[in-house]
Design a protein around this ligand. Structure first.
Ligand code: GLN
Length: 483
């Protein structure tokens, strides 16, 4: 059951081959057998069984939707009414949200079953899941390596078949990079496509939630439920949501693919490059035309991001002060002591580093030199994307410069860790959508192909990924021991 697609599971539920209760129990058993991966922060067993029974009743009545009775899991950044939402931090280890995030509410309305909350880097800051207060997540393809981050728990859980699919969030690569390192499909939608209401903010102008699944077909189903205008999120965009599944089978004859030459230069591992080239070759066989494009501002993406994201996070995280919610230090002497010790004890090292960087960049005297300058670079990067995407339909390249790196390998060197997002971060600065699609293996570890499209062309990206998945089966491979 755990290797089936959402559509196959929906069929099995309708034909009575199995019930949602049986399906949910099977996944809960797998989760218990594989706790060593540390993919879940909270397993919501009781709630899941209750939701499964309700789904079975709804299926029996004939009022079910495609996701009714399907066991999914939420990144622990989405607020869930009654179930702990930690955001991977000691600061929120005791936090139970009084409401559901819009995304969670939509899955609940569709009748999906929530198995639990997935591990992640603290406040989504990281590329390896090692900054989590709950400890590192292991990559099921090689447990000595990282699953990527910050949605590392989501990627590991889907890859290891501990959930049918999962949500992730992507501020600078956190859906695509872990999807690539764990051999699953991940989609970062256009900024504004999915509501951020109840999704704990890291860098509000970049954060975007999206699906993490085995296939593009499953991602289309998940996105259908997640996408849409939300009047509770002023940055959500009021555009109609297309039917993401209908266009999947479109032919790719004549598709114009641009390869940004900056994605294939120094720093890209040779095995990863060869795997990506093989994937591009598949697209040629499917009728696509491939040309080179240039993105001259790309090299400025990481420095600009590491001013803008910390600046926004320093403002967003100021609400965690030990007063209204979250961690509070013991026996504070006075108000200042309460603030400083609650924050000092509640936040981890990487989060503190970012708050300091951001506060510095926003302070009087430095604001123009750093923050304003970074915003100008952001504009240049967006212009690069607009220009390149007027010449071609989509761009393709690697998601990451290498396959999964070892646990502990980069955690002591923040700059090296930041560089692992070199191919993903610019996409968030521009706000365009992009996908990571399993494209093969290099020395036994998964490699992800990145597909980048114009604003609100998620349907096209899903179609392009789906066509590739019709002629390859990388997305169906399971790590040893998790088949
Ligand atoms: N790795 C990047 C960071 O640490 C991106 C994280 C994300 O997308 N949430 O900021």
């Amino acid at each position: 059951m755990h290797n089936k697609s959402i559509a196959e599971l929906a069929k099995g539920l309708r034909s009575g081959e199995f019930s949602s209760l049986e399906l949910t129990t099977a996944f809960l058993d797998r989760i218990k057998r594989h706790t060593g991966l540390n993919a879940y922060i909270t397993v919501a067993e009781e709630l899941a069984l209750e939701q499964a029974k309700a789904a079975d009743a709804r299926l029996a009545k004939g009022s079910a939707e495609l996701l009714t009775g399907i066991p999914i899991a939420q990144k622990d950044i989405f607020c869930t009414d009654g179930v702990k939402t930690s955001c991977g931090s000691k600061m929120l280890d005791n936090f139970i949200a009084p409401y559901d995030a819009t995304v969670v509410e939509k899955f609940n309305d569709a009748g999906a079953v929530m198995l639990g909350k997935l591990n992640m880097d603290e406040f989504a800051m990281g590329s390896s899941n090692e900054t989590s207060y709950y400890g590192a997540v292991k990559n099921p393809w090689d447990v000595n390596t990282v699953p990527g981050g910050s949605s590392g728990g989501s990627a590991a859980a889907v890859a290891a078949r501990l959930a049918v699919c999962a949500t992730g969030t992507d501020t600078g690569g956190s859906i695509r990079q872990p999807a690539a390192l764990c051999g699953i499909t991940g989609l970062k939608p256009t900024y504004g496509r999915v509501s951020r209401y109840g999704m704990i903010a890291y860098a509000s102008s970049l954060d975007q939630g999206g699906p993490m699944t085995h296939s593009a077909e499953d991602a289309a189903i998940m996105l259908q439920t997640m996408a849409g205008f939300d009047d509770k999120d002023s940055t959500s965009v009021d555009l109609p949501v297309p039917d993401y599944s209908v266009g999947l089978s479109r032919s790719l004859e004549g598709l114009k693919i641009g390869l940004p030459k900056e994605f294939f230069g120094e720093g890209l591992n040779a095995d990863v490059a060869a795997t990506i080239e093989a994937a591009i070759e598949e697209y040629r066989k499917l009728g696509a035309k491939v040309t080179e494009v240039s993105m001259p501002s790309l090299r400025l993406a990481i420095p600009a991001y590491y001013v803008i994201a910390p600046a926004e996070c320093s403002a967003n995280l100021s609400r965690f002060d030990g007063v209204r919610f979250g961690y509070r230090c013991e026996n504070p002497a006075d108000l200042t002591d309460l603030y400083t010790r609650s924050r000092g004890e509640g936040f981890g090292k990487e989060v503190k580093r970012r708050i300091l960087m951001g506060t510095y960049a926003l302070s009087a005297g430095y604001y123009d030199a750093y923050y304003i300058k970074a915003q100008k670079i952001r504009r240049l990067i967006s212009d690069d994307f607009k220009r390149a995407l007027s010449e071609v339909d989509v761009m393709m390249g690697p998601v990451t410069p290498s396959t999964a790196f070892g646990i502990g390998e980069k955690i002591g060197n923040p700059i090296e860790m930041y560089l692992s997002d070199i191919y993903t971060i610019a996409i968030n600065l521009a706000g365009v959508p992009a996908m990571s699609v399993p494209a093969g293996f290099a020395k036994g570890l998964p490699v992800g192909l990145q597909i980048i499209g114009n604003y609100f062309t998620e349907d096209r990206l899903l179609n392009i990924a789906h066509q590739y998945q019709q002629v390859t089966n990388w997305h169906q491979s399971a790590p040893k021991g998790f088949e």
